[in-house]
Design a protein. Structure first.
Length: 195
């Protein structure tokens, strides 16, 4: 009697192949857009550079914009994962807060500067709003913990302080060196402490 269920190994192999093709499409598209600009890249170029047929490419994505949004969503998710790891590896509440703020500022500093057209396109996605809220929640929670241990002020709501931190650290993208970024974090942390 023939068993119509595919073996687990076969399913895992197919799924791994699909992930590899998906990732290759994302990376190839990003490289092409970075080199030629958003409006210059065509699906046929992506298929050719990725080494797949156009029909296969269209099974994964309907257009270049969808590929770029998927790339950016993966990129942003990677940043959030990194910040979570940084938080989980640090010691006390104050150390966790400092570690996350510094890691976030360094991410902002090292983020590739997209052209204004590409940046506007990438940052309009719903995934960006979700990621910003997750980041704000993480920092708010760290501030709450740090306030309970006396590491930061407790006379301003943690939600408000989280907004202050994120706005202050957004300046890291325009700073010339990592040393300047670390000074920005130090100044930001100083503003969080009781006087």
């Amino acid at each position: 009697m023939y068993n119509s269920v595919m073996p687990k190994l076969w399913n895992e192999t197919i799924e791994a192949h699909r992930r590899e093709v998906h990732d290759a499409i994302l990376e190839t598209t990003w490289a092409l857009v970075a080199e030629h600009g958003l409006l210059s890249v065509r699906m046929s170029q992506i298929a050719e550079k990725t080494g797949i047929g156009r029909a296969t490419l269209y099974k994964y994505f309907p257009d270049v914009e969808a590929i770029l949004l998927a790339w950016h969503e993966r990129h942003v998710s990677g940043h959030l994962k990194h910040l979570t790891e940084v938080r989980d590896q640090a010691g006390g509440a104050g150390e966790r807060l400092q570690a996350v703020l510094e890691a976030y500022a360094l991410i902002s500093h090292h983020s590739e500067q997209h052209g204004t057209e590409l940046a506007a396109f990438l940052h309009r996605g719903e995934h960006v709003a979700r990621a910003q809220q997750q980041l704000r929640d993480m920092i708010r929670d760290l501030l709450s913990e740090a306030a309970e241990t006396g590491d930061v002020r407790d006379d301003v709501a943690p939600e408000e302080l989280a907004s202050y931190c994120l706005h202050a650290l957004a300046a890291a993208g325009g700073l010339p060196t990592e040393a300047a970024v670390r000074r920005l974090v130090t100044v930001t942390l100083a503003g969080l402490r009781h006087r």
